[in-house]
Each structure stands twice: as structure tokens, then as C-alpha cells.
Design a protein around this ligand. Structure first.
Ligand code: PLP
Length: 456
């Protein structure tokens, strides 16, 4: 048994939480999570909660896998740590590098390990600039990203990201990073078909390259499907056009697959699904299903050839690059993803089923639009539904309807995230059809609760 109040008091006395309003937290007390099994969590008061967010988009294989604990235990007993700085290496890191090359698109034959997704993106900033230095074009240093993107919380991650609320704090940001609009059809596509809008949104990249001068531009970075920005699923024309533009100007294409990688979209990597061939991929989260921190960069042949042949040493690395215990966890995680064919299941069975059940929520009077891609999905809460996707009347932003709805989801025993008035999910890849029924049933009930409160 747990003394929830005592834990909450200690928590608010000493623990600074990430991305948290501490006054609100102290008033309410943190919910203390104590156990996980499959797609469910339990809190210290014994409530069972369906985790439709896979923690933070990461617990792809579900909670409570004892084989993960065994793999970590075994590695800790044999070699808990060693570095790869002194012309040294370790077995799990080597095996994992080879396995990642095996499951990734064919242009990837090298891996650089980090401890997190933020560090992966920091590494990418330095790596692409180093690449152009070695190519004798060091003026090519500007990286183009997108508004509302999330690429991490280190200073380079925040600078790459396009979240206004983050840029407003702790600046100045890293120079040489600029942003274009995000491919959000709901926000920008009025009067256009999705395909037309996809080309328009990709065109913003070409406009910006021309403004900056192509000889100054190093790379473009984007998530295949933007996650924390609100599960923004781009129209099918968007990414192929981005690829065409990058190729035309010789600019490196970076896919941040920290969320999209390792099966989240029903493919090992989202870039394959969306028809692009990136030069670099940032990964983290799903590589270990969050059991142990690990991230990294898949380095495509174009960049790897220059770094290895011309580069000599790249003065960059982390104490925990290629951490043997984290790599052992990743090896076991990928074995599970493969043996249980979880990526294929999402692609062929549970992903399409989730789409069917989730998009049916658009019939609810509070929902203006619902969409999904593999195992990420989002719905927009609206004041009044219109005849078209763009004809809906939205709430005043400051009403906080999304947060009210999130509260009712919690009460109904399901975790869903609110990004403004867009409610999003990213369930574990092990979620079954029956559990999808349970999930959408709970979401429907919480939408009813929210509507009832708004009408009171
Ligand atoms: N990139 C994307 C797309 C993310 O969603 C995140 C985290 O949510 C990050 C990078 C940062 O990863 P980490 O929190 O492991 O540093």
C-alpha cells in the first residue's frame, strides 16, 4: 500500500517536473504511477488506467515485459558500462548498430548513439554543419525547420523546434535555424484539396531556400507526422515534393523519427511510408520502448562517406553513447517487435481498425474532424460542426476545452493528450481490437461528459 499524500508532499517539495505548472500541480497533487502491464497503468490509489499515449509515445511493446528486465539484468551483471572513446567498443552496441542497419532503409549503414532524442537532434545540428565544412562549403550552415515542431529540450533541440512558448524562454536560441509553416490542412488548406495544399506547404520550403540563397542552406528537418505539435498528418503530396526540393538544391533531408520510428506509423520508419529518402534519421523512444533511455542518429551513406573518409575525428560524443545496458534493452525490444510482428499488425490489422473506430468519433457533436496514421490519431473539438472540414466553428482558445476533456478522460480511466483543442492518442503497438473498442468507448463517454459540462 502507498501513502499517496505523503508521496505527493515530497513530490511538490523537491521534484521539479518537466513542462509543468507547479502551482497547479501543488494544488492538485501529482498522480503517482506505480505499475504497468500491457497497455494499462495503475496509480497509488489502485485506479487502473488505459494508457492511450504509450507513456510519451514510447512504450511500443507495452509495459511489464520481463524479458526486457532479464536482458538488462544480464548486461548489468556482465558489463554495466564502458565507453567507445578510446578505440574501444562493446558487444551490445555493435550488435545493435548492425541490427538498426538491418531494419532501416537501405541508404543507412552507420549509427551514432546518444542518450535521448534531444541529444540526437543536437548531434544532427553539428553533424550536418561538419559535413558541409568537410565539403569545403562552411557557409552552408542554415537549417530550415517548421513552426510548431518539437525536436527536444536541449538548446539546439528547442531552437530546431518551432514552439513559440519554448522560444520565449531561456534564449537566445542557436543561430542559423529558421522556420516555415507546418503542413496542417485543417489550419491552412481552406479552399484547396489536401493534395493541392500539400504542394503549397512544401513550396514554402523552396521560397525560403531562395530567400536565404541555396548556398547558405545546410538541411531541412521535419517529423514525417508531427507528434507533439498535434498529430499533424501531412497530405500525401507533401513529403515527395519536399524531397524533390531538397534534391534540386542539394540540401540534406533530416527525418526526426523519434516518435515515428519503430512501428508507430505501421512501418519501421515513417519516412519510408511517406515516400522520402532522408540523409539522416533521429531516433529514440521506441528503440527501447522507453524501458531505458537511448537515442541516436542513423547516418546515411552520403554523410557517412564524408565523415569517415574526409573527417578523421568528429569531436562529438556522450558518456552514454552506445551504453551497453541501453543497447541490450534495444536489442531485446527489437526482437519483440519482430517476433510478434507488431509493425505488420499495425500496418495491416489494428491500424486500419483503429482508423475505422477512431474516425467514427467524428459523428460526435463535439468533434469536427478525426484522423489517424498507423497508431497515432487526433480529433478536433469544435463548438459547432460545419458542412465541411473547414466550416467548423472552433472554441475560443482560452476556454481550455481540450484540458477539460483530458480531465474527463482521466476520470474515465484513459490517458489522452490535449494539444489546444486537439485530443491525441498514440497507443502501444500491442493494443488489440478489443482494447481499441474499449479505448474508443471510453473516449466517447468522456466526450459526452465534456459536452454535458459545456452545456451546463
Ligand atoms: N523529437 C521528437 C519528434 C520528439 O517527440 C521528442 C520528444 O518527445 C524529441 C525529439 C526529444 O526526445 P527526448 O525527450 O528523448 O530528448
Amino acid at each position: 500500500q502507498f501513502d499517496t499524500q505523503a508521496i505527493q508532499q515530497l513530490d511538490s517539495a523537491h521534484y521539479l517536473h518537466p513542462f509543468t505548472d507547479h502551482n497547479a500541480l501543488a494544488a492538485r497533487g501529482a498522480r503517482v504511477m506505480v505499475k504497468g502491464d500491457g497497455i494499462y497503468l495503475w496509480d497509488s490509489d489502485g485506479h487502473k488506467i488505459l494508457d492511450a499515449m504509450s507513456g510519451l509515445w514510447c512504450v511500443n511493446i507495452g509495459y511489464g515485459r520481463t524479458s526486457m528486465a532479464d536482458a538488462v539484468y544480464k548486461q548489468m551483471q556482465t558489463l554495466p558500462f564502458y565507453n567507445s572513446f578510446f578505440n574501444t567498443t562493446n558487444l551490445p552496441a555493435v550488435q545493435l548498430a548492425a541490427l538498426l542497419v538491418d531494419v532501416s532503409p537501405p541508404q543507412f549503414n552507420h549509427v551514432f548513439f546518444t542518450g535521448s532524442g534531444s541529444e540526437a537532434n543536437d548531434t544532427i545540428v553539428r553533424m550536418v554543419r561538419r559535413y558541409w565544412e568537410l565539403m569545403g562549403q562552411s557557409e552552408r550552415h542554415v537549417i530550415i525547420s517548421r513552426h510548431n515542431a518539437y525536436h527536444g529540450s536541449t538548446i539546439a533541440g528547442v531552437s530546431l523546434g518551432g514552439m513559440a512558448g519554448m522560444h520565449a524562454q531561456g534564449g537566445p536560441m542557436v543561430p542559423g535555424i529558421v522556420h516555415i509553416g507546418q503542413p496542417s490542412y485543417l489550419e491552412g488548406g481552406s479552399g484547396m484539396t489536401p493534395d493541392e495544399f500539400g504542394l503549397v506547404a512544401a513550396g514554402w520550403l523552396e521560397e525560403r531556400i531562395r530567400e536565404l540563397g541555396p548556398d547558405n542552406v545546410a538541411a531541412f528537418i521535419g517529423e514525417p507526422v508531427q507528434g507533439a505539435g498535434g498529430v499533424i498528418i501531412p497530405p500525401p503530396t507533401y513529403w515527395p515534393e519536399i524531397q524533390r526540393i531538397c534534391d534540386k538544391y542539394g540540401i540534406l533531408l533530416i527525418a526526426d523519427e523519434v516518435i515515428c520510428g519503430f512501428g508507430r506509423l505501421g512501418a519501421w520508419f515513417g519516412s519510408t511510408l511517406l515516400g522520402i529518402k532522408p540523409d539522416l534519421i533521429a531516433f529514440a523512444k521506441g528503440v527501447t520502448s522507453g524501458y531505458i533511455p537511448l537515442g541516436g542518429v542513423l547516418v546515411g551513406d552520403r554523410v557517412a562517406a564524408v565523415l569517415t573518409e574526409k573527417g578523421g575525428d568528429f569531436n562529438h560524443g556522450f558518456t552514454y553513447s552506445g551504453h551497453p545496458v541501453a543497447c541490450a534493452a534495444a536489442l531485446e525490444n527489437i526482437r519483440i517487435l519482430r517476433d510478434e510482428q507488431l509493425v505488420e499488425k499495425v500496418a495491416q490489422d489494428t491500424g486500419p481498425y483503429l482508423k475505422q473506430k477512431f474516425t467514427a468519433l467524428a459523428d460526435h457533436p463535439l468533434v469536427g474532424h478525426a484522423d489517424s496514421c498507423g497508431f497515432v490519431a487526433g480529433l478536433n473539438l469544435v463548438r459547432r460542426k460545419g458542412a465541411t472540414v473547414h466550416g467548423n466553428e472552433v472554441f475560443d482558445g482560452d476556454l481550455g476545452v481540450g484540458m477539460i476533456c483530458r480531465g474527463y478522460m482521466f476520470e474515465r480511466g484513459i490517458i489522452m493528450r490535449a494539444v489546444g483543442d486537439r485530443m491525441i492518442i498514440a497507443p502501444p503497438l500491442v493494443t488489440t481490437r478489443e482494447q481499441i473498442d474499449e479505448m474508443t468507448g471510453k473516449i466517447g463517454a468522456a466526450l459526452d461528459d465534456t459536452l454535458a459540462e459545456l452545456r451546463r
